[in-house]
Design a protein around this ligand. Structure first.
Ligand code: COA
Length: 259
């Protein structure tokens, strides 16, 4: 399916920038072009005093099924270079982002669909949302500094089970463990996230920015992203990952017994 500019919907709601994933037939899987759009929007919003908060959401009752696996295959087969990946640019922006970022999560949040939440300041999830980070199932490693941040929030045992075993966490548990602020009925998730974004947009922006800077070690997060990114790029072109991506395309389970 070709990339469409409509795959990301941008809405400016007074002082709030809403970024919506809108590739519903592909469960909002994120392509390189979509990451580029998101990164451009975040950069512009950072310099725009009229924007006081950013809200991420997904269309069609799904947050996102994560990075587009076809895009990964293009790198695995040498048709694209890992160093050009726009997701890496987006992550670097998020590491140091100072404006409040809010997420409204319904349905699936896979891969970066969850790791993005580690860079959001307020997170509202549907009780029945399904969060997962199955990087090892794709023969990959964690990204977005999630190898640092996820164990800090939910503990190393649960984080390992999610990364390595592909364990899925429901929204209700995500809220209990502090990965989300609140788990709500799906119908209330976006309304609540918008209310909170509006509330934050009326606070003193300088105080908000400094609070975030004090709470997050941007340099440490960026350094962990770099460590992960180097390994992630290596993994993308590994025979194990090629098998995983081929299996996904062929709708079968990967066979890692050969490695
Ligand atoms: N990349 C590319 N395409 C994806 C995708 C992804 N991450 N996630 C879903 N899709 C596509 C499917 O291939 C399918 O396309 P098709 O209709 O052309 O066959 C379509 O979206 C619908 O997905 P489907 O698998 O039929 O929906 P489902 O509800 O049964 O399962 C998921 C949804 C998300 C659980 C499943 O698609 C999946 O496991 N996706 C991969 C998730 C992943 O590993 N993401 C990367 C993490 S780093």
């Amino acid at each position: 399916m070709p990339d469409s500019p409509e795959d990301i919907l941008i809405t400016r709601n007074a002082t709030i920038l809403e970024i919506a994933f809108n590739r519903v037939p592909k469960k909002n899987a994120l392509t390189d072009a979509m990451y580029r759009q998101i990164a451009d929007q975040l950069e512009a919003a950072a310099d725009d005093e009229g924007i006081r908060a950013v809200l991420f959401r997904g269309e069609g009752g799904v947050f996102t099924s994560g990075n587009d696996i076809h895009d990964f295959s293009l790198i695995a087969t040498g048709q694209r270079d890992a160093k050009d990946m726009q997701v890496m640019r987006l992550l670097r922006i998020l590491a140091h982002y100072e404006k409040p970022v809010i997420a409204a999560v319904e349905g699936l949040a896979v891969g970066i669909g969850l790791t993005l939440l580690l860079h959001c300041d307020l997170v509202y999830v549907a009780k029945d949302a399904r969060l997962s980070v199955p990087f090892v199932d794709l023969a990959l490693v964690p990204e977005a500094a999630s190898s640092l941040l996820l164990p800090q929030i939910i503990g190393p045992r649960r984080a390992y089970a999610m990364f390595a075993c592909g364990a899925v966490m429901e929204g209700a548990e995500a809220a209990e463990l502090g990965l989300a602020n609140e788990a709500l009925d799906a119908a209330h998730v976006l309304v609540t996230a918008r209310e909170k974004a509006h509330m934050l947009s009326q606070k003193a922006p300088g105080a908000l920015a400094l609070t975030k800077r004090l709470m997050r070690d941007g340099a440490l997060i960026a350094a962990q992203m770099d460590r992960e990114g180097a390994l992630f790029a290596e993994r993308l072109v590994s025979p194990e990952a090629r098998e995983a991506f081929m299996a996904f395309a062929q709708k079968r389970r990967p066979d890692f017994s050969q490695f």
